[in-house]
Design a protein around this ligand. Sequence first.
Ligand code: NAP
Length: 462
Amino acid sequence: MSDPTIPLITQALYVVAISFFIFSLKGMSGVHTSRYGNWSGAAGMVTAIIATLLAYQIHRTDLLIIALVIGVAIGSPIALKVPMTAVPQRTAMSHAFGSLAVALVGTSEFYQRTPNIDTAPTLILSGEMILGYLTFTGSCIAFAKLQGIIPGKPLVYPGRTVVSLSSLGLAVGFAIYLVIFPSSEYALPLMTAFALLFGFLLVIAIGGADMPTVIAILNSYAGLSAAALGFVLDNRVLIVAGALDGSSGLVLGLIMSQAMNRSFLNVLFGGVGSKVTAAAEVSAQAGRSVASYTVEDIATILKDARTVVFVPGYGMAVAQAQHVVKELADIVQAQGVDVKYAIHPVAGRMPGHMNVLLAEAQVPYEQLWEMDRINSLFPETDVAIVVGANDVTNPAARTRTDSPLYGMPILNVDKAKTVVFIKRSMSPGFSGVDNELFYLPNTMMVFGDAKKVLTDLLAAMK
Ligand code: NAP
């Protein structure tokens, strides 16, 4: 049934906005349609804002315009200038601000209605505020970890689960108290403080390698919180958009947990990545030496290769080496070599990161092989060229039970006849774990910036 207090034009525009959001999700599920999906999402948001402005009488248009100008002035340069490698932390900040906005609206709604507020809206608002505030601090910590402001390692201390769950329990306890005694306004700041604390504890306890899953889940929390607020404000577009956001984040979190062989429940309650031990942190390979090679050596072995697999990772994104990778692949292929690209679901710093970069370099889609398909082909691969990847190739994920990577499916490049590793130093990857692959007899290390090394290799090949 339609709400008579909302103008018909607004209701019609809400339906249009919701359709845009659904098309957006559909579009973003495919590489070729993702650009349209993005535009569709933006169109949905503009439509929803216009519809809302039409529905309500605005008393202070000046404040609205000032907020809009400030938002556009800050947001536009960030959107235009942020490098692809920093998109995950930018996404974390979007979740932080989105969830804070939702939680603050919920808080003001509560204070406006109390003490004559019914049980149901108090219950929904309390849940909404807890989710919103915990997402805010959780997203800020995710941002700080991804940006390198604080270490990516999980903060582990005795009794940490009890401390985390107690803070959540206290937030929920104050929420219940508020539902029973809605006039006890002092319970709200206490509930807020414990929800903020829980968000902090939740993400600080999670290791960097699990951050992609955490971001998907925080996205889901922000969406669920917005949907709950939509019920209280009786705003249908907020309910639908929040539900779409919440459910898609949850599905993405589940898919990523499966891809990384993580317990979804552990990520949900902030317990993953905690298995890191002092032993794992210490370089397991101390005292062993690696074999360093020149680009001329690599050019020689590539001349005799029949099958070559490129394994891109975060370093390729940093060096912006995707175009030169494609150029090299084309030259090798022109010599009759079979060329493929191995794509790990969490290579880089955001889901689909490698797909986006390689699509930008116009690598044919058929040459991209997902992990499950390519892994069986590594034993027949003559040369695997690892371009700035590390964690996603680390055999410790299969063998070392004390490693934070243990259990994560990896690209089995160690099974290839020869592995060429291009990176600048012996530094570990995002998870901070040493890679025993560097020390294997079939590994050839080439130290240097990926773009520079590949450009030199290209020259040597020519
Ligand atoms: P990685 O393990 O972080 O390793 C990247 C390697 O690239 C580093 O060891 C680094 O070594 C090298 N590198 C950096 N700049 C370079 C340059 N200019 N030229 C050449 N090499 C360079 O990357 P990954 O193997 O792609 O694994 C991704 C990791 O990030 C996983 O742990 C994953 O869980 C995590 N993560 C993923 C996402 C996602 O959604 N995809 C999001 C957040 C976190 P040097 O410093 O020695 O050069």
